[in-house]
Design a protein around this ligand. Structure first.
Ligand code: FAD
Ligand code: SIN
Length: 539
């Protein structure tokens, strides 16, 4: 069975929803495919807020400078300038949809938060539930847009391309024709046809055993783009958030950096505040530095966590400013106003991803990427806090304008036949537990060998283990009927292998990539790039 639209959007987080609204407003028909419920996204979990210049004391040059400093020499300056400059107008569009950022009771103006690496208070937030407020506002607007069809529980498997290059590869003559997607509820694979596919599938935090990310973050879009022969970039730069709530269950609830923005102090096992010894900005140093400092303190003391101390603030303040964090800590038996919080770093953000330009275009005509899945050059070697939601809204708008232009041309191109998916699977997997075992092994391997501090030996060890897993998973993929868990495992494995390849390519320590064998920074910063010779799409 097949369905046709002008534009397919994969994912219903801030990037996908913002882009879909923009494209629909330009008169195009849009299908959003999302693999779980519509609000299941990293977006829904965002706490700190959106970094954007609004204050009188702030300006674009300062925000640009902070972004470049955090990015440790690898940001694309032109991209940083454009995204920072477009920020206020794009964020205003969210306000126009009904989003109400928290206001300062005394001044009536925005209550601006502060996070690591920012030289000014510039984070717009909705208490500590900014992402949920954004997701709600976007979904509400979407419900009123007749040109958008939303398909929940549809798992995008692979991008369909023309695959008849008139000119030599990489993409001469090739272009996007749609996607194959699994209807998760009945197991059928449908063909969605469209000349444009926007990947807005978010990041890959689930590749690691400990992560702040929800279950959806399995790097699907990165793996899909890679399989389509599109360049992926800078995947070694996995951002570990310094302060996730420590628990013995393995779950990692985020304690926002905004808590440090309100004066919280990190203390080691002996109760000593240690960040001043690592960076002049102390507890508000860029994230890579804070995460490494915590890692070092934990290794020194052997303690399973460090402490975050905000006990100098009143209970009334903490309850109002951080209601979600207050509640989660309370449930864990911690009263923020009286007790210190046990915290550990956890995988949080994928700085690299599918390489795009400032129009969200990838190297494959008709394939676009936006949000955490993409690598525009904004974040460089380490994302500045709260620049992710900013990038998503700005790039959604720029991508929509570019897609509008592309569709004028694409409409004149012939529409080749697209074969339906052929399921070669030989039946149901008898022992589903094997998938769970492989899933666990993959995540533990990445945590143990490709974490905050790296060595070439450990990376090579990870590469070998991943290759073994790959062989097993490949057998499953080809021999059994697919399901979403297996598809996620395949994608996570591919992304994990790409992270390792990029990490091995980078023979220096820069930003989030710290490797003991190459402790110095090279004079010239270059992105790492990986592109696969195109594979046949399995069907
Ligand atoms: P997501 O919001 O992750 O959405 C991805 C969507 O794609 C989901 O709907 C998912 O189901 C869907 N999807 C994935 N694969 C498939 C597939 N194969 N088929 C169909 N659908 C698919 N950033 C900030 O700037 N400020 C913050 O304060 C902040 N706080 C954060 C707090 C937490 C706990 C976390 C985890 C992240 C935070 N971030 C923050 C990062 C930020 O939330 C994300 O980078 C951003 O929301 C990503 O948006 P997105 O639209 O690109 O992806
Ligand atoms: C946080 O609130 O600490 C997360 C902010 C971000 O990831 O940008």
């Amino acid at each position: 069975m097949s369905r046709s639209f002008d534009v397919l959007v994969i994912g219903s987080g801030i990037a996908g929803l913002s882009f879909a609204l923009q494209v629909a407003q330009r008169g195009h028909s849009v299908a959003i495919l999302t693999k779980k419920n519509k609000a299941d996204s990293n977006t829904n979990y965002a706490q700190g807020g959106i970094a954007v210049v609004t204050a009188q004391t702030d300006d674009f040059a300062k925000h640009v400078r902070d972004t470049l400093v955090a990015g440790d020499g690898l940001c694309d300056r032109a991209v940083v300038r454009e995204i920072v400059r477009d920020g206020p107008a794009c964020v205003q569009e969210l306000v126009a949809l009904g989003l109400k950022f928290s206001r300062n009771q005394a001044t009536g103006g925005y209550d601006l938060g502060r996070e690591g690496g920012h030289s000014e208070r510039r984070i717009l937030h909705v208490q500590d539930m900014t992402g949920k407020a954004i997701e709600d506002a976007l979904l509400k607007a979407l419900a009123q847009e007749p040109r958008i069809a939303l398909f929940e529980h549809f798992f995008a498997i692979d991008v369909i391309t023309r695959r008849k290059p008139a000119r030599p590869p990489p993409h001469g003559g090739d272009r996007v024709l749609g996607v194959y997607a699994l209807d998760v509820r009945d197991g059928r694979v449908l063909t969605f046809r469209a000349p444009v596919v926007m990947l807005s599938t978010g990041g890959a935090g689930q590749v690691y055993l400990y992560t702040t990310n929800p279950d959806i973050a399995t790097g699907d879009g990165i793996a899909m783009a890679y399989r389509a022969g599109v360049e992926v970039r800078n995947l070694e730069f996995i951002q570990f958030h310094p302060t996730a709530l420590y628990s013995t269950t393995g779950k990692r609830f985020l304690i926002s950096e905004a808590v440090r923005g309100e004066g919280a102090v990190l203390r080691n096992a002996a109760g000593v505040a240690f960040m001043r010894g690592y960076h002049r900005l102390g507890d508000l140093a860029p994230r890579d530095i804070v995460a490494r400092a915590i890692d070092a303190e934990m290794k020194k003391s052997g303690a399973p966590h460090v402490w975050l101390d905000i006990t100098h603030r009143t209970e009334a303040f903490l309850r109002t400013r951080f209601p979600q964090i207050y509640k989660a800590c309370r449930e864990a038996g911690i009263n923020l106003a009286r007790d210190m919080i046990p915290v550990v770093p956890a995988a949080h953000y994928t700085c690299g991803g599918v390489a795009t330009n400032l129009d969200a275009e990838t190297s494959l005509p008709g394939l676009y990427a936006c949000g955490e899945v993409a690598c525009t050059g904004l974040h460089g070697a380490n994302r500045l806090a709260s620049n992710s939601l900013l990038e998503a809204v700005v790039m959604a708008q720029r991508g929509a304008a570019a897609v509008d232009r592309y569709l004028q041309r694409a409409r004149r191109l012939p529409a080749p036949a697209v074969p339906d998916w052929v399921d070669l699977g030989g039946g149901d997997i008898d022992e589903r537990v094997v998938i769970t075992h492989n899933w666990d092994e993959l995540r533990r391997t990445m945590w143990d060998y490709v974490s905050i501090m790296r060595t070439t030996k450990r990376l090579e060890r990870a590469r070998t283990r991943l290759a073994n897993l790959d062989r097993e998973i490949h057998d499953y993929y080809w021999n059994f009927s697919i399901d979403s868990r297996l598809l996620e495992l395949r994608n996570m494995l591919q992304v994990a292998a790409l992270i390792v390849e990029c990490a091995l390519q980078r023979r220096e320590s820069r930003g989030l990539h710290a490797i003991a064998d190459f402790p110095k920074k090279l004079r010239r910063a270059r992105p790492t790039r990986v592109r696969q010779a195109r594979l046949r799409i399995p069907r």
